[in-house]
Design a protein around this ligand. Structure first.
Ligand code: FAD
Ligand code: NAI
Length: 471
């Protein structure tokens, strides 16, 4: 595109938020350009986030299962060996296939793709510093900012992605570390700790709060998950903060103390993973020049239609409010374009599921017990353990439970929390139920196939207003 060809929409960032908006705009027949500085589409999620982490989680789980959980199933394996290089290659293959797929979808939907870094020249013009050299600029009637997020650094520890790493380094280690310290027991910390611990690394997780899992995870579920991860060999230091780190040529020392002050300790490690959250990314965008504002956390300030105070400039995904999740970014990509083309869009922020892809998985949607208590909502609890579910028993995989929280008076579902194999798939049903305002009785009176894990879901729903049959 050149300045002469004004676009209906210009999107800055080709991550999940940006690329979905671009495809949706193309489908709606809009003239659309998407600018991406990485040179590869898919953003954090496809390149260094969701996809590569899930590849490593899947294959490390398989390795771990073959090592520890086959004999009793009548499968005897000899000569098991880790080929880390090949495991990384398998990950890279998945990433490459998916990122190329988006380029194909761009072509299919007439999205003009510019590989370069975009910066505001004025309210309608974006200057682009091209990856292949040179510059161009592109004008848009509408502009969508979808520049994503980056790892929050830990003061005093310089990230080199080899010894002091973020998730980006953690999905690309070339040697198996002996000892790893993870700062932050949130989702990134626990997923990456799972990968490396399964492959043989001794992992210690240091978490400031009294529970793991990051924001949103129900306390009872978090405790159960911690117990199961501890059984797998991970060590936890809760209510503990890292005060400083010493990086030497061939070793690391991480100094920690009790969160409330007091007991101090030094932990040795070969690698330290900084996983204390992510922050919005907008470096070099030049948004200040046109008067767009961010809050004290760097999130772009927008209204319910994703508009900044300059109404034709919208913001979606990780760089604005809400959970930093790919499927949230995707919903916003669709809705932002629908606001442009139809004047209305829809995202239900009360029904966005969260999944932690450990083994077992942890998944939830809606509110947890602490949140309901804080709002003084009267609720009922229904639970069902997988140890009483026939399919879990035949699979010899019975850890975890399903927990329903429903309104005490109306029985309307307020939240569902699951620890268990397949929790990430099962939470889809809970999300749909929540979206449609279902009661737990609606779920319990719906036939669920036998024998499936989802029968535990049905019976937990049943247990909120009546008794479960099998427990
Ligand atoms: P991003 O994906 O960060 O994309 C923004 C893009 O904009 C980037 O490619 C960047 O290069 C580009 N950009 C920035 N500035 C400019 C500029 N000036 N010009 C041009 N381009 C620019 N979420 C889940 O839902 N499920 C998961 O399993 C999951 N796993 C994760 C695992 C890890 C290790 C991490 C780090 C994150 C994970 N996430 C997961 C979160 C998910 O990756 C993000 O929520 C998602 O990527 C947000 O999409 P986005 O488009 O807003 O931002
Ligand atoms: P997080 O916010 O989930 O967890 C960070 C944890 O670090 C919190 O428990 C916090 O209490 C702790 N912490 C903060 N400062 C600390 C300190 N100084 N010392 C010790 N602990 C400290 O952030 P995380 O894990 O970095 O992930 C960022 C985001 O990426 C997630 O919130 C999520 O949105 C996204 N993500 C999603 C995944 C998924 O959906 N499966 C997977 C990975 C990331």
């Amino acid at each position: 595109a050149t300045e002469a060809e004004e676009q209906d929409v210009v999107i800055i960032g080709g991550g999940v938020a940006g690329y979905v908006a671009a495809i949706k705009a193309g489908q709606a027949g809009l003239k659309v350009t998407c600018i991406e500085k990485r040179g590869i589409l898919g953003g954090t999620c496809l390149n260094v986030g969701c996809i590569p982490s899930k590849s490593l989680l899947n294959n490390s789980a398989l390795f771990h299962q073959i090592q520890h959980d086959t004999k009793n199933r009548g499968i005897e394996v000899e000569g098991l060996k880790l080929n880390l290089q090949q495991m990384m290659k398998a990950k890279d293959t998945s990433v490459a296939g998916l990122t190329k797929g988006i380029e194909f979808l761009f072509k299919k939907n007439n999205v003009n793709y510019i590989r370069g870094t975009g910066a505001f020249k004025d309210e309608h013009t974006i200057d682009v510093n091209l990856i292949d050299g040179g510059e161009t600029s592109v004008k848009g009637k509408n502009i969508i900012i979808a520049t994503g997020s980056e790892a929050t650094p830990f003061p005093g520890l310089t990230i080199d992605e080899k010894k002091v790493i973020t998730s980006t380094g953690a999905i690309a280690l070339t040697d198996l570390p002996k000892k790893m310290v993870v700062i932050g027991g949130g989702i990134i910390g626990l997923e990456m700790a799972s990968v490396w611990s399964r492959l043989g690394t001794e992992v210690t997780i240091v978490e400031f709060l009294g529970q793991i899992g990051g924001p949103g995870m129900d306390a009872e579920i978090s405790k159960m998950a911690q117990k199961l991860l501890t059984k797998q060999g991970m060590k936890f230091k809760l209510n503990t903060k890292v005060t400083s780190g010493e990086v030497n040529a061939d070793s690391l020392k991480i100094h920690v103390e009790a969160a409330k002050g007091g007991k101090e300790e030094a932990l040795d490690a070969d690698v330290v993973l900084v996983a204390i959250g992510r922050r919005p990314y907008s470096a070099g965008l030049g948004f200040e020049k046109i008067g767009i504002e961010t809050d004290d956390k760097g999130r772009f300030i927008i209204d319910h239609e994703y508009r900044t105070k300059i109404p034709h400039i919208r913001v979606i995904g990780d760089c604005t409010f809400g959970p930093m999740l790919a499927h949230k970014a995707e919903e916003e990509g669709v809705a932002a374009i629908e606001y442009i083309t139809k004047g209305s869009g829809h995202v239900n922020y009360g029904a966005i599921p969260s999944v932690m892809y450990t083994h077992p998985e942890v998944a939830w949607v809606g509110q947890n017990e602490a949140e309901l208590k804080a709002q003084d909502v009267k609720y009922k609890v229904g639970t069902f353990p997988f140890s009483a579910n026939s399919r879990a028993k035949t699979n010899l995989d019975t850890d975890g439970m399903v927990k329903f929280l429903s309104d005490a008076e109306t029985d309307r579902i307020l939240g569902v929390h699951i620890v268990g194999s397949n929790a990430g798939e099962m939470i889809g049903e809970a999300t749909l139920a929540l979206e449609y305002g279902a009661s737990s009785e609606d779920v319990a009176r719906t036939s669920h196939a036998h024998p499936t894990l989802s029968e535990a879901f049905k019976e937990a729903a049943m247990a909120t207003y009546d008794k479960a049959i099998h427990f």
